[in-house]
Design a protein around this ligand. Structure first.
Ligand SMILES: [Zn+2]
Ligand SMILES: [Zn+2]
Length: 226
């Protein structure tokens, strides 16, 4: 196979489920052609994830974690056991993930996970926690953001380990480098729609229109770090 053929992937299908009491979104990502799939943030109602897999005839090759706050990993042990799939997360989140799943692999910034004929890229986006990762599907394009970015807002930057400066950099520099037509799949259903285009968020979301660290911290009501 030539380099040209391996450089592009096939668009992946994304099934978004709202679960639990905190309006969490979790996803099944799948290559429709091969039936290979990945789970993102298996938190609550893992039985619903399993039903999607059974109904579609999909097999899970990977479990991807945006971060290890409890509302994103509460069902990780169940999901890992049911699928036998390895878990991929930021190196700083490996120890926590290992308490719930036997096989956990640190994923490097900008590294790809192959899902059938498609691929998912890890984009390090620290700030909400030091180990936050967004997952970019370049061939859709789509971005699974966890608590880094919601439709119309963003996750807290006042948790233990939070860093407003890192969050601002992640939002402006890392997410700002992605194509505007990227569809954002947030970790919670806190917006006026379950997903939104990244360019619309950059135009209207106060977490992104705050284009200085000072403005961002004012929006988040946190002190500006030294
Ligand atoms: Zn969180
Ligand atoms: Zn959350």
């Amino acid at each position: 196979m030539s380099a040209a053929q391996t450089s592009a992937g096939a668009p992946l299908e994304i099934v978004q489920l709202e679960v639990g009491l905190l309006e969490n979104f979790i996803e099944v990502i799948a290559c429709p052609e091969t039936g290979r799939a990945a789970l993102v943030d298996p938190a609550f109602e893992v039985d619903r994830l399993m039903r999607v897999l059974r109904e579609r005839g999909w097999t899970v090759d990977a479990i991807l974690l945006t971060h290890t706050h409890d509302d994103h990993i509460a069902g990780l042990d169940e999901a890992a056991q049911a699928t036998g799939a390895p878990v991929y997360c930021h190196p700083l989140e490996v120890a926590t993930a290992k308490t719930l799943a036997p096989e956990v692999r640190a994923i490097e910034d900008e590294a790809f996970v192959q899902i059938g004929k498609g691929r998912v890229q890890a984009i390090y986006t620290p700030g909400h926690t030091p180990g936050c990762v967004c997952f970019f599907l370049p061939d859709n394009p789509a971005l699974i953001t966890g608590d880094v970015l919601f439709v119309g807002s963003c996750g807290g930057v006042n948790y233990g380990g939070s860093d407003p400066r890192a969050a601002f950099d992640s939002l402006q520099r890392r997410l700002g480098a992605l194509p505007g037509e990227t569809r954002v799949y947030p970790g919670h259903n806190y917006g006026k729609s379950p997903t939104a285009l990244l360019e619309m968020e950059f135009a209207t979301n106060p977490a992104l229109t705050a284009d200085t660290l000072e403005a961002f911290c004012a929006y988040k009501r946190v002190p500006v770090p030294d």
